[in-house]
Design a protein around this ligand. Structure first.
Ligand code: TYD
Length: 192
């Protein structure tokens, strides 16, 4: 199973992924986590570009679309291992939410695997901006407002659960477990 976490910057994806991983392992599943952008050379280049003040311009967004798609291809083959649950911090759906134009991003990601379950951590944009460093050019209120709107439309195309990420860490974690349990045949009463 391929579970993808999406959400604007600062939504708590990495914390929640770790908590979900521990819980699934306690329930006897083998779990591997993935992160996009990766720590490959392409991922490093991406992180540099994200700090450029012009990162939101059309020219750089198109370039980033290509780089994110290339970076993603470096981990796609891992997903062929059927013995594990993969939980990914972002996917091509981030490209659809953050980059433009949509047709271009679709073509570039034709071979990216679709999630079996998409979990959108839905956070208020003001909270996101307060939680992030602002080091990346995407971490600003106007841009992230558009990204959040994009996400709410995009999720409709996939099997998904929207989780309110404005709550405390433990509440968010238990909401995620409740959302995931039915997909894995875990009994609802077994959720800690
Ligand atoms: P992020 O998950 O925030 O990494 P970190 O926690 O190290 O800052 O990802 C970096 C940024 O990249 C984030 O603003 C979202 C953006 N992004 C895209 O614009 N398109 C993509 O396809 C992906 C995977 C990420």
């Amino acid at each position: 199973m391929y579970i993808v976490f999406e959400g604007i910057d600062g939504a708590g994806k990495s914390t929640q992924i770790n908590m979900l991983k521990e819980w699934l392992e306690a329930n006897g599943f083998r779990v591997e986590t993935l992160v996009e952008p990766t720590d490959s050379e392409v991922g490093k280049l991406i992180r540099k570009i994200l700090q450029r003040p012009d990162a939101t311009t059309e020219r750089l967004q198109k370039t980033l679309g290509l780089l994110f798609a290339a970076d993603r291809m470096l981990i796609m083959d891992k997903l062929e291992d059927k013995s594990k649950i993969f939980i990914s911090d972002r996917s091509f759906i981030s490209s659809l939410a953050y980059q433009e134009p949509a047709e271009w991003i679709d073509v570039l990601n034709r071979y990216a695997k679709k999630p079996d379950l998409l979990i959108l951590l839905d956070l208020d944009v003001k909270k996101s901006v307060a939680r992030t460093s602002g080091e990346d050019t995407f971490e600003n209120e106007e841009f992230l407002t558009g990204v959040k709107e994009n996400y709410l439309k995009l999720v409709e195309n996939y099997e998904h659960q929207i989780i309110d990420a404005n709550n405390g860490v433990n509440k968010v974690s238990s909401d995620i477990k409740k959302a995931v349990a039915p997909y894995l045949g875990i009994c609802p009463d077994c959720i800690l």
